[in-house]
Design a protein around this ligand. Structure first.
Ligand code: GLP
Length: 260
């Protein structure tokens, strides 16, 4: 696991660089897209490159991590709508090229299996963008999630509903109780995991993810088992890292800084 500590702008640039390299080098690239505030500066930077440098997403497929159960795609806070507003509609993805789990399906179990199948059919995810919850969840894999789980229905933890109430006018009761989420096993099949975390409220989760024992109590710790995982954090999110100085030194002396 590579840990890069930098400011928000630099983190966004580095992740956008990795996405751009992938998009320009593969004929049918597959991107894993996360919602939440953490990747927003990356989506802004990719949109800028699309507008100013002609970076095209017309051959790119996208798979979202998760979706609330029971929010129609047209709901402002459905992840389908959020990713469309924040990124997809701002660049040139082909119609239908970005999909997410169907949280409105009558049969959520079948919809979950179909989703894993669709990812596999597309050849798997090349680069998965991730954020992390304050309780260490990735996608919506809450503490206690099986480390080999597949896409499935989950019940949101209270902490997650409290954290996400800001998107529902501060009303926790309006945050759905259930979601469909890629499992930790599904996410681990992506060829490159790129996780972004900023702010002091993420510091404990980041410390556990990078340096804690692998445990379903901190689901993101599963990433320690991935052969190609990059964690990009700002100073605040890095503030509880025991080996922070070592990560800084390692990155400062890295020979090919563009590559991660
Ligand atoms: C939600 C999403 C996660 C995201 C997390 C953190 O729970 N399901 O994918 O990583 O929030 O969000 P933020 O980046 O806004 O802190």
């Amino acid at each position: 696991m590579e840990v890069i500590i930098a400011d928000d702008l630099e983190l966004a640039t580095l992740v956008a660089d990795a996405v751009e390299r992938l998009v320009r080098s593969e004929s049918a690239p597959v991107l894993g897209l996360a919602t939440g505030s953490s990747p927003l500066s990356v989506y802004d930077e990719l949109t800028r490159r699309h507008e100013q440098d002609g970076l095209s997403f017309s051959s790119v497929r996208g798979f979202m991590l998760d979706e609330y159960v029971g929010l129609p795609a047209s709901h402002p806070q459905s992840y389908h709508n959020v990713i469309d507003t924040e990124f997809v509609s701002r660049v040139d993805f082909a119609d239908g090229a970005v999909q997410g789990p169907d949280g409105m399906a009558d049969d959520l179990v079948a919809a979950s299996a179909d989703y894993d199948h669709a990812i596999a059919e597309a050849g798997g995810v090349d680069l998965q963008i991730l954020g992390i919850g304050t309780d260490g969840h990735i996608a919506f894999n809450e503490p206690g999630s099986s480390l080999s789980s597949r896409t499935r229905v989950k019940t949101l933890a209270n902490q997650t509903r409290i954290d996400n109430a800001r998107f529902f006018d501060g009303e926790v009761d309006r945050v759905p109780q259930h979601c469909l989420t890629q499992g930790l096993g599904t996410i681990m099949e992506a060829r490159h995991l790129v996780l972004i975390a900023t702010g002091g409220h993420k510091a404990e989760a980041v410390h556990q993810m990078v340096e804690g024992p692998i445990s379903s109590m901190w689901p993101a710790t599963v990433m320690q088992m991935h052969p190609h995982a990059t964690v990009l954090v700002d100073d605040s999110a890095a503030s509880r890292l025991q080996l922070g100085d070592y990560y800084r030194q390692t990155y400062a002396s890295k020979l090919d800084k563009e590559r991660f």
